[in-house]
Design a protein around this ligand. Structure first.
Ligand code: ADP
Ligand code: MG
Length: 970
């Protein structure tokens, strides 16, 4: 608002003032009058004057002095001064006026127009000056305002700059950076002294020391990729007015937004850095796991190592792996960063097939699954609490469609959603799955290789793999090495040519060629040479095969030596069986013939004997009858031989002296060996007795003598020696089958051709003979052996080719009192007569009649019966005593043994004599007469019968009397 201009008029004279007023009132200005200099100065304090009109000549203070005062004062110095004076034309005087600050002079008397014009000019000038001043002031204000604004901007920029610096500063902890940032923020605001600031990022909060949540505040979100990551706030402690919203300016709003953006960058960079660090860690652990995969062979060690490295590299807070019970049948687990105890608790339900949530999710997804908050979501899982604020990631360890197990990790939630993270973990799972698959395949391969190796090595066939081209062996099992006599490592240094006799190699090769071409597989009876040169026959089953582009022949060798031997043995057995069957048939035939023959001979010989007894001593017919008897005896002997050969002879052991037996057959031996061979007997005079069948012992001696004769075709010496010996433990230890004790030794030595060891080993085998067909039967020594064994004796042979042969027979010597046959059979006078009642049972009429006739002749009362029932009837009906039963053993219907047993029931006191032409199982076992039985061999004569009857009735015979003569296998 523009004020009216003021004019100061000073004159000590009132009329002058009035005159001035009159003139000046025409101007559009206020007039302020003063009558003295002091009054004027006082007026300047209250008013601003556009122009001052001063009288020069005034008392106290003249116009010039007043002007000087005005000029000195800041407020008044620029007021234009016009002097009004009566003095004129005095130039000095005028200069004084100008010097004092006057601008103009008006000399009295003045015209009003001049005054008015002059004052008006100055008013106009002042008007201009004032406007100028106003302009300047406005300019000043503007400058001031702009300057303040600018300094506020500078503060804002400084603040933002400082925060940007913080953000840009390399590698510092985000916490520190945010702490510093929050302290910097108030500086950017208009009233920093009352400003507070606060930053909230996730769970973290940073604020200035003076923070109070006041109502005068503004806030901005920290946004990362359109997600709110946090917020930043600025506020005042007191209320302030501001140009825009609340107390804050537009610029401050945008500053806060800028700061929020900067903090976003900071947080983002930190996140990237942590993520980078984390991913690096994960990569490191993946690298470690890959190393493990390359080197580790055991699944348990692999999964433990994998867990360890996932945690050790700081990628994950915890890691665990469970493997399904695969081929091992046992579920395996490993963990790191978790307490073992808790992990074990997780395994328990898994073993029973209960899968935890994370596994279920990943199984369903067929890949990675994330549980954001296991703490809340995984109820019942023993590990749930261990995850604390982390997320759980789980991924199946699989290869193709096979799931081997699960990998679970505990990881910061920030990373759980990261696709890269998911990718890396899935990759790890794929690698582990592949490794587990490889291990399983490898284990299976090794198992099957072990199986194959074991089968290859333990198969009973020898296996050889030969290269077709070169014939070299490239692989062999232990069996073939053993067969061929090579060490395992030697076998691959040789080839086909080394294991077949050179002369047969071409033939063998042509067989292999056929096998290679697939014409046949089995080559039979191929001669194979051992390392030591010995050759064995083998069947070689071979098949051609191709390995890595080369042709091979795989041969299975079977040593057929045994089979061949077995075949030969089988042939031999077959022969023996045939022989045995032949003998059996002969035996049966012989038995039948002998039975009838002996009955016939008994009749013939008996009647001849009776006839002879009736005849006169000089009767010319006697000689003829004796001839008949001689022929009959020879026939009887022949029958006996046949029985011996067919083993139908009845054996009757008794106590005998070998010297005596040898003496008895001495003549016969001499007859057999002929004149070219000298016989020498060296007999121990004190030789002890033995228990044996005389006939058998004779048979033994005769057989040995015959063999000796055959061994000495050009003569020599046959020695028979007897000796008492005691075999000790040492001897028994060295000779199989012998027991220590007293023995009688009989040695039969010759100076003949001797035997090879091979022959010696077989001589006791039945049918073994080295003699030409028709000469030897091979039964001699086997009979000897059987007899010696039957008599509890031992037999040894000593022989070498060209050095003669010695047979030594040991029979157990009887110690103590001896009831010998010699003593018994030398009665002073033989009495054959008797009057006892004898029941004679014989189905053959002629034999029965002869026996009755003979016994009646000696005075016995004889009751005859043709069969068992008739005999029993007689026993029941006969009134008197029956002393003796004589019964044939073999009869149609009831046999002799049964009859005797039944008669014993009726008449227990009756004595029994059995008679037979050959053995029958009812009274003998293995050819030996049952103990306590008395046996009379057919054919017999009336004298022989009467003698037996008398002996039995007198009780001098307990066993049967052996009447057999030695039989030879000649
Ligand atoms: P055989 O006399 O019918 O051949 P043996 O059983 O009596 O049957 O004898 C079997 C074999 O034992 C004879 O073929 C012969 O080779 C051998 N042998 C027996 N005794 C002698 C001996 N004193 N000297 C040499 N070899 C003998
Ligand atoms: Mg013989």
């Amino acid at each position: 608002m523009e004020q009216r201009q003021k004019i100061l008029i000073v004159d000590d004279r009132r009329e002058n003032l009035v005159a001035l007023r009159r003139v000046l009132s025409r101007l559009d200005a206020d007039l302020i009058e003063a009558t003295s200099g002091n009054q004027a100065l006082a007026a300047t304090l209250d008013h601003d004057f556009a122009v001052a009109i001063l009288d020069v000549m005034m008392p106290e203070m003249n116009g010039y002095e007043l002007a000087e005062h005005l000029r000195r004062d800041q407020k008044t110095r620029t007021i234009p001064i016009i002097f009004v004076t009566a003095f004129c034309a005095d130039e000095r005087h005028m200069f004084d006026g100008y010097a004092a600050g006057g601008i103009d002079y008006i000399v009295k008397p003045y015209t009003a127009e001049v005054l008015l014009c002059k004052v008006n000019l100055f008013l106009e000038l002042d008007g201009y000056r004032q406007e100028l001043q106003r302009h300047r002031d406005r300019l000043d204000d503007l400058v001031r305002e702009r300057t303040a604004e600018l300094s506020a901007r500078v503060n804002e920029i400084r603040c933002l700059y400082a925060i940007s610096n913080l953000v840009a500063a390399p590698c510092r902890s985000i916490q520190k950076a945010l702490e510093q940032a929050v302290a910097l923020i108030p500086q950017g605001w208009r009233y920093p002294e009352i400003a507070w600031a606060r930053i909230i990022v996730g769970a973290d909060e940073f604020s200035t020391a003076n923070f109070q949540d006041t109502p005068w505040k503004q806030r901005a979100d920290i946004v990362l990729h359109s997600d709110r990551a946090g917020l930043v706030e600025v506020g005042y402690l007191e209320e302030r007015s501001g140009p825009h919203e609340g107390p804050f300016s537009e610029e401050e709003r945008s500053l806060l937004d800028d700061i929020a953006r900067q903090l976003g960058v900071l947080i983002e960079r930190e996140r990237i850095r942590t993520r980078e660090r984390h991913l690096n860690a994960v990569l490191r652990s993946i690298r470690d796991i890959n190393q493990l995969i390359v080197h580790e062979k055991r699944p348990s060690a692999l999964i433990q190592g994998a867990c360890d490295s996932l945690v050790a590299s700081r990628g994950f807070s915890g890691a665990w792996i469970v493997l399904n019970a695969g081929s091992t049948g046992e579920m395996q687990g490993a963990c790191a960063g978790f307490e073992k105890r808790l992990f074990e608790a997780l395994l328990e339900p898994l073993r029973t097939g209960k899968m935890p949530l994370c596994c279920r999710l990943s199984w369903n997804a067929g890949g990675l699954a994330v549980v954001d908050s296991p703490r809340n979501d995984c109820r019942g899982c023993p590990l749930a609490q261990v995850y604390t604020g982390n997320a759980a990631m789980n991924v199946p360890l699989q290869y193709d469609d096979l799931v081997f197990g699960y990998l679970g990790v505990s990881v910061s939630k920030a990373f759980a959603a990261d696709p890269e993270e998911a990718f890396l973990l899935s990759e790890t799972a794929v690698d582990l799955g592949f490794a587990l698959h490889t291990m399983e395949v490898e284990a299976a391969r090794q198992r099957s290789e072990r199986f194959l190796q074991t089968i290859f090595q333990t198969t009973s066939d020898g296996l050889l793999l030969a290269e077709a081209e070169s014939g070299r062996f490239v692989m062999a099992n232990s069996m073939i090495c053993k067969m061929l006599g090579y060490r395992d490592e030697e076998i691959t240094t040789i080839g086909v040519a080394d294991i077949h006799p050179p002369e047969l190699l071409d033939q063998v090769r042509s067989q292999f060629e056929k096998q290679l071409s697939g014409q046949f597989t089995l080559a039979e009876d191929i001669p194979v040479a051992r390392k030591d040169g010995s050759v064995f026959p083998a069947d070689i089953n071979a098949a051609p095969l191709e390995l890595e582009g080369r042709r091979y022949l795989l041969g299975a060798f079977r040593d057929v030596t045994r089979r061949k031997m077995a075949a030969e043995e089988c042939q031999q057995l077959q022969n023996q069986l045939l022989q045995a069957q032949k003998l059996e048939a002969i035996g049966r035939l012989t038995g039948g013939i002998a039975h009838d023959f002996n009955n016939l001979l008994t009749t013939m010989l008996g009647n001849a004997e009776l006839a002879l007894a009736e005849m006169d001593i000089n009767d010319g017919l006697r000689e003829m009858i004796q001839e008949v008897m001689g022929a009959g005896e020879r026939a009887a002997s022949l029958i006996r031989q046949m029985l011996a050969f067919s083993r139908k002879q009845v054996l009757q052991p008794e106590v005998i002296y070998l010297n005596h037996v040898i003496g008895e057959i001495d003549k016969m031996i001499r007859r057999i060996i002929g004149e070219d061979i000298e016989l020498k007997a060296i007999l121990d005079p004190d030789l002890g007795p033995v228990e044996a069948d005389v006939g058998q012992i004779e048979q033994v001696i005769m057989n040995l003598a015959v063999n000796a004769r055959d061994a000495m075709p050009r003569g020599g010496m046959l020695t028979i020696e007897t000796l008492n010996v005691d075999l000790d433990e040492v001897y028994a230890g060295m000779h199989v089958g012998s027991t220590p004790g007293p023995y009688v030794m009989m040695a039969v030595n010759d100076t003949g051709i001797g035997m090879t060891a091979e022959v010696r080993d077989q001589i006791f085998d039945p049918f073994f003979t080295t003699k030409e067909k028709g000469k030897g039967t091979g039964l001699g020594l086997s009979t000897v052996y059987g007899i010696v064994k039957q008599s509890n004796g031992l037999i040894w042979v000593y022989s070498e080719p060209g050095k003669g042969t010695a047979f030594k027979i040991y029979l157990p010597r009887i110690i103590g009192t001896v009831d010998s046959k010699e003593e018994r059979s030398k009665p002073v006078k033989e009495t054959l007569d008797g009057d006892e009642t004898v029941l004679l049972v014989e189905d053959e009429d002629m034999v029965r009649n002869l026996a009755i006739k003979g016994l009646t002749m000696y005075g016995y009362q004889v009751l005859g019966a043709a069969d068992g029932p008739a005999a029993l009837r007689i026993c029941q009906e006969h009134e008197g005593a029956i002393h003796l039963l004589i019964t044939d053993v073999v009869m149609p219907g009831m046999g002799g043994k049964v009859l005797a047993d039944r008669i014993k029931l009726l008449r227990p006191e009756v004595k029994v004599i059995f008679m037979s032409g050959y053995t029958d199982n009812t009274i003998v076992h293995h050819g030996v007469l049952d103990k306590g039985l008395v046996f009379l061999e057919k054919p017999f004569t009336p004298v022989g019968l009467a003698r037996k009857v008398r002996q039995v009735l007198d009780g001098s015979v307990k066993g049967g009397e052996g009447q057999g003569k030695p039989l030879l296998d000649v």
